[in-house]
Design a protein around this ligand. Sequence first.
Ligand code: ZN
Ligand code: ZN
Length: 331
Amino acid sequence: MTSTMEALVYEAPREMVLRRLPAPEPGPGEVLVRVAYSGICGSELSGFLGQSSIRTPPLVFGHELAGHVESVGDGVDGLAAGQTVTANPLVTCGQCRYCAAGVEQRCPQRLLLGASLPGCNAELVVVPASRVLPVPEGTDLRQASLVEPAAFALHAVEAAGTSEAPALVVGAGPIGLLIVQALVASGAPAPLVAELNPARAAMAERAGAQLVALADVRGVDLAFDAVGSEGTRQAAFASLAPGGTLILVGLHTDATSLPLNRAVRDELAVRGVFAYAHRHVAHALDGIASGRLGLAEGVVEAPLADGAQWYQRLIDGDPAAKVLLVPGAGA
Ligand SMILES: [Zn+2]
Ligand SMILES: [Zn+2]
């Protein structure tokens, strides 16, 4: 008798259906995790619409998780059934020059849960043991499921370096909000946040940001674009002071035109930041466990069966800071 599990399967653009699939088993060096929470990531919304080259049906989405160890494969030490865990969903080769240098997010062999590997929108998911992190006792499991976006935010702030003057953060979705927190936690002055959605703007303000109208901002040394549309990139670029840096983290639109002669004359830097190295994930978990990072409000829990509806609601502009899908919760 093979055991089965519930999984939310992406079968075609805008079609995600709860199915019973064979339960996966952990191979050598792998851990089987029973998923308690699976967060919907903004980066998956284009996939839901069928616009992502790395997400092709049939596929179980999901790369933000917290749960419990169900079982471990051969050769796994230090993790046992029942333990509370979260995971770094970016699986890298460990051999190439990027992995060796601790910038494994650049690994040409990188694989992501929920894209090139089966994801956590399911009761069970397999994760390499090297990517599993035990959650410190007393940590809220919902917050622990946010390590992945929190790690991305920490990486973005680290890549930007320090700035004496307030930085501009464009977009107060989950990544923008976590960048605000990471800046505040690093001792930087209260960031300026541009966000059109009033509910998200209010969350950013309560997280310590000062709200601004994007078109009015000029002369910042550091700007983060956490949206990635042509308009936000152009406005964030225009906001920079001479010598300023624009950090790109949003992935909404591919081609964007920028007046790069200004980058030459004013010595501007434009830098992309992608994902995180494993150390950022470990730091993010520390930050969450100590309460410095996390989403204090706007976290919505929903049954896994309602997943498709929530992907659509987020595309339609629902202001939830994070939707956590709960397997086995019943519709
Ligand atoms: Zn994510
Ligand atoms: Zn590698």
